[in-house]
Write a protein that binds this ligand. Structure first.
Ligand SMILES: CC(C)(COP(=O)(O)OP(=O)(O)OC[C@H]1O[C@@H](n2cnc3c(N)ncnc32)[C@H](O)[C@@H]1OP(=O)(O)O)[C@@H](O)C(=O)NCCC(=O)NCCS
Length: 149
């Protein structure tokens, strides 16, 4: 996508991230949780995607030693399937490489085929299942890893 800008998230992006989260997940993180992540959690790294000065997506991870756990990725529904998610994940992988991360992991709903396609495109492989992981519908989570980012 033209004019896509990816930047480190800061306090001024919290409202926009919260709005996209509410549009994207059956149970959104609260604004307070997002605020804690971005402002107070030293292990958390968040990026936002901008188009024409609008926040249209975000991604976050926790970095612990040489592992990164992706906590969240979402793109505003009006901008999906335009490679914004790919650009966010690519930028996050680069950020992780610069922080000496070797392995990245995440959980994804077993029904979330588009997200799985995105992760597979970046060489994440399914390595396990957490049964009934999601409390809203008891759906299974697939555990995916990329051991060589
Ligand atoms: C998952 C999500 C972040 C992907 O963002 P996106 O910007 O739409 O992703 P991209 O356009 O980069 O697409 C990535 C890949 O997914 C697949 N894909 C995404 N949307 C698709 C669609 N509507 N139809 C078919 N394939 C699709 C494609 O394989 C695509 O790669 P390609 O375009 O190179 O073929 C987005 O769908 C979203 O916000 N979903 C709701 C929140 C969510 O489920 N987050 C994941 C939690 S684990």
């Amino acid at each position: 996508m033209n004019d896509l800008l990816i930047l480190k998230a800061s306090s001024k992006h919290i409202n926009d991230i919260f709005k996209i989260s509410c549009l994207s997940f059956p149970t959104s993180w609260s604004k307070e949780s997002i605020n804690n992540e971005i402002i107070h959690n030293p292990k958390a790294k968040y990026l936002v995607a901008f188009k024409n000065n609008l926040v249209i997506g975000y991604i976050g991870t926790w970095i612990i030693l040489d592992e990164a756990h992706i906590t969240n990725i979402a793109v505003h529904p009006e901008y999906r399937n335009l490679k914004v998610g790919s650009a966010l994940l690519d930028s996050l992988i680069n950020l992780c490489k610069n922080n000496d991360v070797k392995h990245m992991t995440l959980e994804v709903r077993s029904s979330n085929i588009y997200a799985q396609k995105l992760y597979k495109k970046f060489n994440f492989i399914e390595e396990g299942i957490r049964k009934n992981y999601y409390s809203d519908n008891y759906e299974d989570a697939l555990i995916m890893w990329n051991h060589n980012i």
